[in-house]
Design a protein around this ligand. Structure first.
Ligand SMILES: [Zn+2]
Length: 287
């Protein structure tokens, strides 16, 4: 999960277009209509609104990634789903609230289900003032949700990784721990996908380094050859670091972890020759 920017005022035009029908739905909640009827009204409305909301979330806000696990769509044969951060079972008035809508993969959405744990008491009726329906309103923040909100929180302060792709809580964060549990962010396919990223990067650097070792074995380790190898390696690491800093890539929080520890992961762990290592580091940090 990474922090994303969503403008709560930049509401999809379909929500504006159908505002009268949304109001009717909200009125029906207040007038205590039978729940079957309310559900029917909501489902019908969703059919009209869904496409545009999904496109906006997917393309403009989430860069075609799941809000929770950062897997990139398309995923297997499952289409993306729209998730209600605060589930409509508990907060039916937030069904069409823009700040409550995320794009997620089927697996995260299924794992999360209709759970929504808070440290303080949940509000159980819609606040009178519509501005207080925003997920970052004081009244909703006061509930102290345990699940991190990528549009409000900075997941980087709560989540980190081991070098093999395993996700763990950061700084003993309770919300980090709970978020991993709620969406099952430590499920094996995700850990393996993250591990593959670091393994592929390591492999690239190893291949370049081995070319140098071959030259060295052939007693061909003159300065020109060393320079060429160092340049190749430096360029490759620069490319990797750029990629690791790109929030549009899948698993970008993990890539940032690689970025922050690249000297250890991609240089010290792989390059044994002291001269070569020093030259690579000099290439990456010229004085
Ligand atoms: Zn996911």
């Amino acid at each position: 999960m990474i922090r994303v920017n969503k403008d709560y005022d930049d509401i999809p035009s379909s929500i504006i277009k159908y505002k009268n029908e949304i109001k009717k739905y909200l009125d029906s909640l207040e007038s205590n209509n039978s729940s079957d009827n309310v559900k029917k009204v909501r489902d019908n409305l969703w059919k009209k609104l869904r496409k545009e909301i999904q496109e906006k979330l997917l393309e403009d806000i989430y860069h075609k990634k799941c809000a929770y696990c950062e897997s990139k769509f398309p995923l297997e044969s499952f289409p993306p789903e729209i998730d209600h951060y605060r589930p409509i079972l508990i907060y039916p008035w937030l069904a069409f609230e823009w700040s409550n809508l995320f794009i997620t993969c089927k697996k995260c959405n299924n794992k999360k289900g209709t759970k929504f744990e808070t440290k303080s008491k949940k509000i159980n009726s819609p606040p009178k003032n519509r501005i207080e329906w925003d997920a970052n309103s004081k009244i909703l923040l006061n509930e102290k949700p345990l699940l991190l909100n990528p549009e409000i929180d900075n997941p980087d302060e709560h989540l980190t990784f081991m070098h093999d792709g395993t996700i763990i809580k950061k700084n003993n964060s309770e919300r980090g721990k709970k978020t991993i549990e709620i969406c099952c962010l430590d499920r094996e396919p995700l850990t393996l996908a993250r591990k593959k990223i670091i393994d592929d990067y390591k492999e690239k650097i190893k291949d370049i380094y081995e070319e140098f070792l071959d030259l060295k074995n052939e007693n061909n380790e003159n300065n020109d050859n060393l320079n060429v190898c160092v340049k190749l390696c430096g360029k490759e690491i620069t490319k990797i670091l750029l990629e690791c800093n790109n929030p549009k890539k899948n698993y970008s929080l993990f890539r940032r972890h690689i970025h922050d520890d690249y000297e250890n992961l991609l240089v010290n762990n792989i390059i044994g020759d002291k001269n070569y290592k020093d030259y690579v580091l000099k290439y990456l940090h010229p004085k």
